[in-house]
Design a protein around this ligand. Structure first.
Ligand SMILES: [Fe+2]
Ligand SMILES: [Fe+2]
Length: 191
């Protein structure tokens, strides 16, 4: 699905479903981080106009998602707070090449893979949500994160030929699956 190398193991939903308050707090942080990633890419590659336009849209959408999760937390009386993140994002960043244009390609592909994984997990959460409100919330985010995935992978093609992007996507998707195969002890969107 969405160029992921491996589906999320069934054990993940079981490990988070009893801790949905903490998972929602982590989800809010993920949306904030997604806005930050898009803003950083906008600053780094502002002279690539297709990228600059797309990042402008994604920053706005991710901040909208962030506010939606904050609203949901407030409705449920769950305090928003800092949380130690899963090592997932940092470990993916370690795989990004240092030299351009490979760096741009990798940053975009990594962002695209994270979107794909979030999207896949929103669908799993939607199907296991304890109430209609949460099911609609996660189901409603599915489509935009799928679109973000496609945008990031398409934009990687601004910096390398499509065949090179496809080959690197396959490598990084395999690495991402290996990172997730080492479970994190706390309930997280990317544990
Ligand atoms: Fe989002
Ligand atoms: Fe997204």
């Amino acid at each position: 699905m969405l160029s992921l190398h491996e589906p999320t193991p069934a054990t993940w939903v079981e490990s988070v479903v009893g801790h949905l308050d903490e998972l929602l707090v982590d989800h809010a942080h993920c949306e904030k981080k997604a806005a930050g990633v898009a803003m950083n890419l906008l600053f780094a590659y502002v002279d690539c106009v297709p990228l600059a336009r797309a990042m402008g849209e994604i920053v706005t959408e991710e901040l909208d998602h962030f506010r939606l999760v904050l609203d949901l937390l407030a409705e449920r009386g769950i305090p928003f707070r800092r949380l130690a993140p899963a090592p997932y994002g940092a470990r993916l960043q370690e795989l990004v090449r240092k030299e351009e244009p490979g760096r741009a390609v990798d940053r975009l592909i990594v962002a695209g893979i994270i979107e794909a994984r979030s999207c896949e997990r929103f669908a799993l959460l939607r199907d296991r949500a304890p109430d209609e409100r949460l099911a609609a919330f996660w189901g409603g985010l599915f489509e935009s994160e799928a679109r973000h995935h496609s945008t990031y992978i398409r934009l990687a093609g601004e910096f390398a030929p499509q065949a090179a992007v496809a080959a690197r996507l396959a490598e990084l998707a395999a690495a991402e699956a290996a990172i997730l195969a080492q479970p994190h002890s706390h309930p997280r969107m990317h544990s």
